[in-house]
Each structure stands twice: as structure tokens, then as C-alpha cells.
Design a protein. Structure first.
Length: 205
């Protein structure tokens, strides 16, 4: 439930994995096959010779630097900028606004995450199964475009029954829908201690 570009991340991970597999295979071949190391050395010398010829073919006026060197530095800077932008795009999408409702020209009623967090904490304050709760809101893609969704994390006490916790979460979500006046996408994550029975997967409503 974030603004991360999952398709791009998976493509980059797949490409990185393939490159690492190829590098590992080549390194293993160089160490095990009799003629692989010599072939690698010859290929390296030939490639370096071609690079030197390429650099010499486009010298700058000072005669000590090549245009290709400038292009390589520019490419590295561009790659660094792209990687920085990609890293900055990870996560994101978090918001403090859960819902906004126009009041017939008199303004807009805004429900913030803090209010929902307090309501959840008060609703589960006396519950023997719950140790703690936390609430966050995120902007996600919905049928009508971007909309807010709620993520509720429930920390279960040791020995708590996940089934009872799931039922409690469903009642809590129904109460939130009534309070907001319309259904809001909700992801409930139930976490547990080492002695708690295995919890079911995250539930989305």
C-alpha cells in the first residue's frame, strides 16, 4: 500500500538478477574450464585496445581528453540522477487525510488519520486479545482514480486467537464505515508474538 512502482522494481530486480547470474556463470567458467581464462584475458586486451582507439578518434582541442570521456562522465551522472530519482520514489503515497466530504458550499469536512487512530485505540482499549494498534493512511489507485485507504496494524497478545482477532477487526471496520458515511478500503495486518498461534494473511476490505 505505497506509491512504489512495483512493475519497474520487478523489472530492475529481474535484470540485476540475470546480470549477476551471467557474471557468476562466467566467473565459474573462467575458474573451471581450461581455455576460458585465457580467452577472457585475450578478450579483455582486445576490448581495451578498441576503447583506446575510440578515445583517440574524437579528441578535444587540448589533445589530452576525448569527447567519449566527457560522454561517459555525462552518462554516469545521468545514471546517478535516475537512480536517485528511483530511490526517492520508493514507498511514498502516505497521507494524513482519510476522507474529505464537501458540505454543500459551506466548506469541506476532513477526517484525518489521528482521529481514526484514536477511535481504533478507544474501540480496542479493553480488548483482552489486543496489545497495541497503529493506523496509517495511503493514497492508492481506485476505480475512480486516487483515493485514501487505511492500514490498521493490530499487535496481538501472546496466546490470542487469530480468528477472534479477525472477527474483531471486521466489526471495527464496519464501525469505521458507519462513522465515515461510506466504505473506505482497509488493510488489516495482525502481528503476533512467538507464542501466539500463526495468524492468517493480511485481510483487505
Amino acid at each position: 500500500m505505497t506509491g512504489t512502482h512495483r512493475a519497474l522494481n520487478r523489472a530492475l530486480l529481474a535484470l540485476t538478477g540475470l546480470l549477476l547470474i551471467a557474471a557468476g556463470a562466467l566467473a565459474a567458467a573462467a575458474g573451471t574450464l581450461p581455455g576460458a581464462a585465457a580467452e577472457w584475458a585475450a578478450t579483455g586486451r582486445e576490448s581495451w585496445g578498441r576503447i583506446r582507439e575510440l578515445l583517440a578518434a574524437a579528441p578535444l582541442p587540448d589533445g589530452t581528453t576525448s569527447w567519449w570521456t566527457i560522454a561517459a562522465v555525462g552518462g554516469l551522472l545521468l545514471g546517478t540522477a535516475l537512480m536517485t530519482g528511483w530511490a526517492a520514489s520508493q514507498g511514498g503515497g502516505r497521507t494524513r487525510i482519510v476522507a474529505e466530504t464537501p458540505d454543500a458550499g459551506q466548506g469541506t469536512t476532513t477526517v484525518e488519520t489521528g482521529l481514526v487512530s484514536r477511535l481504533v485505540a478507544e474501540a480496542l482499549a479493553g480488548n483482552r486479545l489486543v496489545l497495541s494498534t497503529s493506523v496509517s493512511a495511503w493514497r492508492v489507485r481506485g476505480p475512480a482514480g486516487k483515493e485514501s485507504a487505511i492500514k490498521i496494524r493490530i499487535q496481538a497478545r501472546q496466546g490470542a486467537c487469530p480468528r477472534e482477532l479477525a472477527d474483531t477487526a471486521e466489526q471495527l471496520i464496519a464501525g469505521l464505515d458507519r462513522m465515515l458515511g461510506h466504505p473506505v478500503p482497509v488493510l488489516v495486518r495482525i502481528t503476533a508474538g512467538t507464542r501466539t498461534r500463526p495468524a492468517p494473511p493480511d485481510r483487505a476490505h
